[in-house]
Design a protein around this ligand. Structure first.
Ligand code: XIL
Length: 371
């Protein structure tokens, strides 16, 4: 086996049944009579994404929202097909910590409870980012100093990670810290005014990892970014950071590669470069998670859906070939709830399930890549 992991196949079989996926009608003593028994037939594990991925000790993830868990097909598809759940928004600073002394755990708690009920792991997202911040952080009553801002961030991380101690198995501690050229992004936590390490490279990231580790020593801690999928200036900077942290025993377990892409990503050169990138992080003893994959399209023609399916399949094939690639997660799972149409006008159709939870060619190609 290329990865360690527990076997939850029987649990998944039961979940597939709960989803009402397959029902065989068995006639006892002839079908003409009155006695009909309905015997559910479990879906073979290789016929769900999570079951097929489990055979390779790979977690199959999806970003999710608590507001839609009440929709039967949303919940049953998520539970049957995925072994990893990440709140799409509800653990972000502005939502989970909306007032200086106010935490709102209702939504993320519901997601964690759903995951536990369906034997899914939870990825926490995220603790340090410059987006979706509350007004008390971005427009404070009194201007922040590095000392007061450091106290606020350390309290936030201790509270949120502490609240989910033992329940969130991996955290995106720092989200999107790098610029495309590999320099550190200017943001409130880094240098405006920063928590005390402005101009000191990756020290802010290191501090956040150290605080998170203190709050839950067993959690796997990640730095997550976009545009660092292949060998380039940004992934080189992430790699240099990772090498430094591993050498100095800063608690980093891995890196997240977001993958908000379109089918033009799917070239032999990019796939080779991606494999080499994952491999070099693995050689440091780190894990690589594909964290926010979606493959946006301009239309849902058969040709576009086929190109999308090939993209998903090729990425899964690269991930499977790399021991370090331990989670394959999409940003949502149904086109009904995807951030793409509102953030990229004219684009959409980005996920493996369509608007009515039908399996798209991308779903089938992922499953094939997992056989
Ligand atoms: C996006 C969500 O999908 C949207 O619902 C929200 O309005 C904005 O954020 N990189 C990330 C994610 O790390 O948190 C972002 O999620 C997408 C880009």
């Amino acid at each position: 086996m290329r990865r360690a992991g527990t076997n939850h196949l029987s649990v998944r079989g039961a979940q597939a049944l709960a989803a009402g996926a397959f029902v065989a009608i068995v006639c006892l003593g002839g079908c003409g009579g009155g006695g009909t028994t309905i015997t559910p037939t479990p879906i073979p594990v290789s016929q769900t994404l999570r079951g097929a991925a489990q055979q390779h000790n790979l977690l199959m993830g999806a970003a999710a929202n608590s507001g839609t868990l009440g929709e039967a097909l949303y919940a049953s598809t998520l539970a049957a097909e995925y072994s990893l759940l990440e709140p799409e928004n509800e653990m972000k600073f502005g939502l989970i910590h909306p007032g200086a002394a106010t935490y709102d755990y209702a939504g993320p708690n519901a997601l964690v409870a759903f995951a536990q009920a369906h034997t899914m792991k939870v990825r926490g997202h995220n603790l340090v980012w410059d987006s979706q911040l509350p007004a008390w952080v971005t427009a404070p009553a009194a201007p922040w100093t590095p000392a007061t801002l450091s106290q606020a961030l350390s309290d936030h991380i201790a509270s949120v990670v502490g609240h989910y101690k033992g329940q969130v198995y991996a955290w995106d501690v720092v989200n999107e810290p790098f610029n495309g050229d590999g320099s550190i992004r200017s943001m409130i936590w880094q240098d405006t005014p920063g928590i005390g390490f402005a101009g000191q490279g990756t020290k802010t990231i290191e501090q956040a990892l150290t605080w998170a580790h203190a709050a839950d020593p067993a959690a796997k801690l990640f730095v997550n970014d976009y545009g660092a999928e292949t060998l380039n200036a940004k992934s080189d900077a992430m790699y240099a950071m990772a090498q430094d942290f591993v050498t100095r025993k800063v608690p980093l377990a891995g890196v997240g590669l977001e993958f908000h892409i379109d089918p033009s990503f799917d070239t032999p050169g990019n796939l080779t470069s991606l494999g080499q990138n994952i491999q070099r992080f693995g050689a440091l003893g780190l894990e690589v998670h594909i964290t926010e994959l979606d493959v946006q399209l301009s239309d849902n023609s058969a040709a576009s859906l086929a190109a999308q399916a090939k993209t998903y399949q090729d990425l899964m094939t690269v991930c499977r070939a790399q021991t370090a690639c331990t989670a394959f997660q999409t940003w949502g799972f149904t086109d009904k709830y995807s951030w793409i149409p509102s953030f990229f006008p004219g684009k959409g159709w980005a996920l493996p399930f369509d608007l009515i939870y039908g399996k798209k060619p991308a779903y089938t190609s992922l499953l094939q890549a997992l056989q």
